[in-house]
Design a protein around this ligand. Structure first.
Ligand SMILES: Cc1cc2nc3c(=O)[nH]c(=O)nc-3n(C[C@H](O)[C@H](O)[C@H](O)COP(=O)(O)OP(=O)(O)OC[C@H]3O[C@@H](n4cnc5c(N)ncnc54)[C@H](O)[C@@H]3O)c2cc1C
Length: 434
C-alpha cells in the first residue's frame, strides 16, 4: 500500500487526489489535508457568492472525497501544526496544493493606510473566510477604487455595487450583506495600467455589469484603439472588448457608477491618517506593450482602495521557493524527490478552476511513474499522522465532521440566522460538540 498526502483541498488538491485514486485504485491511500476544518479552498472562500453555478463544481469534489482510499484531514496547518518533513516521513509522496492566499503588494507609498485592503481580505470577508470575519471594510465614503484589470477586480466592483435584492439566491455571509446594504459608495473606479486590449476580464463577467440594478458601467471611447484593431484579438478577448465598448451606448440613469479608468498607474495613496485619494499617473503603451508613464498625474478620490493585482504562495519551511514568481520552485510540478506541487502553488495565480485539472492529472501521472504500486515500508500514512496530531492535541476533522458542519450551516441559513455565526473556526468545531 502507498500513502500520499495532498496538502490543500482546493480544486488543485481535489483533482490531484482524483487522479491518484484512479491511477492506484485500491493500492494507495490518499489523505487531503487542509488548514481549515472544511474543504474546497477558493471555491468556498474566493469564487463570488453570486456565482452559485460555479461553486457547484464542489459536488464533483464530494465524489472524490467519498472514494474508497481517499480521506480528509482538516484543521491541520502544514508548516505550523506539522512540518513538511514530518509528512515526508509518514507518506511516500507529498503534493503541495496550498494555493496562493497572499495579496501581492502594490509597492507604493500609503498602501498601509487604513482603508487600503487586498482582494484576498475583501473577498474572504464577503465569503465567510474565518481570517477576515472582522475586516469591516470602510463603506462610509462615496468613492471606492479597485486596482487591477482582471476578473477579481470585477468581482469586487460588482459586489460593492449590488443591491440587497441582487444577492437573492447567493450565499453571501450575513455580516457582509448587512454592511454592504448600508454602504454609501456611489462611484467605483476600476484602474488598469494598460488599455482595453490588455484586460484580463472574461466576457461573461463583463457582460453582467451591463445589467446591474443600481450601477452603470462607464468607459471613455478615447481609451480604445480603432474598432478595426479588435480583429487582431483572439475571439474571447475580442468579445470582452466589444462588451466594454458597448457600455458606452447604455442609456440609463442609475445611482451608482463603475468607471473604467484605463492607462492609469497608481503612484501613491494619500489621506489624513487614512485613505482619501489615489495619486495616479497617466500611461501609454510602450513598444513592447507595457505601460510607460507620461508624467501627467491626477487624483482619484477613494476612501476604500481594494488592490486586485495578484497573489503569492507563502514560503513553507525549507521547501525551495521562487521569490520572484511567488510560488514553489518546481519543474513540471516536481520540487524534489517525493515532493511535488500543483495548482496556484505550482503555476502562480492564473487560469480558471478547470486549469487545475490537467495540472493535477499531470503531477499524479509523474508520481505514478516514479512510484509504481507497492509497499511504503514503515511510513504509516494517515494513521501515523493522526497519532502525531493527537499527541499535539490537535483536533483534526474528517469527512463526517465536515458534513456535520455543512448541515449546521444549512440549518442556520434556513432558520434565517445570520451566517456570520458560522464563519469562525471555533464555531465550526463547537458544531461538532466535542
Ligand atoms: C476572488 C477569486 C475569484 C475566483 N473566481 C473564479 C471563477 O469565477 N471561476 C474560475 O474558474 N476561477 C475562479 N478563481 C480561480 C480559482 O479559484 C483558482 O483557479 C483555484 O482555486 C486554484 O486552486 P488551488 O487548489 O491551487 O488553490 P486554492 O483554491 O486556494 O486551495 C488551496 C487550499 O490549501 C489550503 N492551505 C493553504 N495553506 C495551507 C497550509 N499551510 N496547510 C494546509 N492547508 C493549506 C487552503 O485552506 C485551501 O483550501 C477565482 C479566484 C479568486 C481569488
Amino acid at each position: 500500500m502507498r500513502h500520499f498526502a495532498v496538502v490543500g483541498s482546493g480544486p488543485a488538491g481535489f483533482y490531484t487526489a482524483e487522479a491518484l485514486a484512479k491511477a492506484y485504485g485500491e493500492s494507495a491511500r490518499i489523505d487531503i489535508i487542509d488548514r481549515y476544518p472544511v474543504p474546497y479552498g477558493l471555491i468556498r472562500f474566493g469564487v463570488a457568492p453570486d456565482h452559485q453555478s460555479l461553486k457547484a463544481v464542489s459536488k464533483r469534489y464530494d465524489k472524490v472525497a467519498e472514494t474508497d482510499g481517499v480521506g480528509f484531514i482538516g484543521n491541520v496547518a502544514v508548516g505550523s501544526d506539522v512540518s513538511v518533513d514530518e509528512l515526508m516521513e509518514r507518506y511516500d509522496a507529498v503534493i503541495l496544493a496550498i494555493g496562493a492566499p497572499h495579496d501581492r503588494k502594490l509597492g507604493i507609498p500609503g498602501e498601509d493606510l487604513p482603508g487600503v485592503i487586498g482582494s484576498a481580505e475583501f473577498v474572504g470577508w464577503y465569503n465567510g473566510h474565518p481570517d477576515f470575519a472582522d475586516l469591516d471594510p470602510p463603506l462610509g465614503g462615496t468613492h471606492a477604487a479597485v486596482i487591477g484589470n482582471g476578473n477579481v477586480a470585477l468581482d469586487c466592483a460588482r459586489i460593492l455595487s449590488k443591491t440587497r435584492a441582487e444577492f437573492e439566491g447567493s450565499d453571501i455571509v450575513g455580516h457582509a450583506l448587512e454592511t454592504l446594504d448600508r454602504s454609501a459608495i456611489k462611484t467605483i473606479t476600476i484602474l488598469g495600467r494598460r488599455g482595453p486590449h490588455q484586460i484580463a476580464m472574461t466576457p461573461k463577467e463583463l457582460g453582467e455589469l451591463g445589467h446591474l440594478e443600481a450601477a452603470l458601467p462607464i468607459v471613455d471611447l478615447k481609451d480604445f484603439p480603432p474598432v478595426e484593431a479588435d480583429d487582431a484579438l483572439e475571439p474571447g478577448q475580442r468579445k470582452s472588448v466589444t462588451i466594454l465598448r458597448e457600455f458606452n451606448s447604455i442609456r440609463a440613469n442609475k445611482p451608482k457608477s463603475m468607471v473604467f479608468d484605463f492607462f492609469a498607474k497608481p503612484l501613491a495613496i494619500e489621506g489624513d491618517g487614512r485613505a482619501e485619494r489615489l495619486i495616479v499617473e497617466r500611461t501609454e503603451l510602450d513598444e513592447k506593450g507595457g505601460a510607460r508613464g507620461t508624467g501627467e498625474t491626477y487624483e482619484v478620490p477613494a476612501s476604500l482602495v481594494i488592490s486586485c493585482i495578484g497573489y503569492s504562495t507563502p514560503p513553507l519551511g525549507d521547501v525551495p521557493y521562487d521569490q520572484r514568481g511567488g510560488k514553489f520552485l518546481n519543474e513540471s510540478g516536481k520540487i524534489n524527490d517525493r515532493l511535488y506541487c500543483v495548482g496556484w502553488a505550482r503555476r502562480g495565480p492564473t487560469g480558471t478552476i478547470g486549469t487545475n485539472r490537467p495540472d493535477g492529472y499531470e503531477v499524479a501521472e509523474a508520481v505514478a511513474a516514479a512510484m509504481p504500486a507497492g509497499s511504503s515500508g514503515d511510513r504509516g500514512g494517515g494513521e501515523a499522522l493522526k497519532a502525531l496530531l493527537a499527541e499535539r492535541g490537535i483536533r483534526a476533522t474528517n469527512f463526517t465532521d465536515w458534513r456535520r458542519i455543512e448541515r449546521a450551516e444549512e440549518a442556520a441559513a434556513r432558520s434565517g440566522s445570520p451566517r456570520e455565526k458560522m464563519v469562525r473556526v471555533e464555531h465550526w468545531l463547537q458544531t461538532l460538540g466535542d
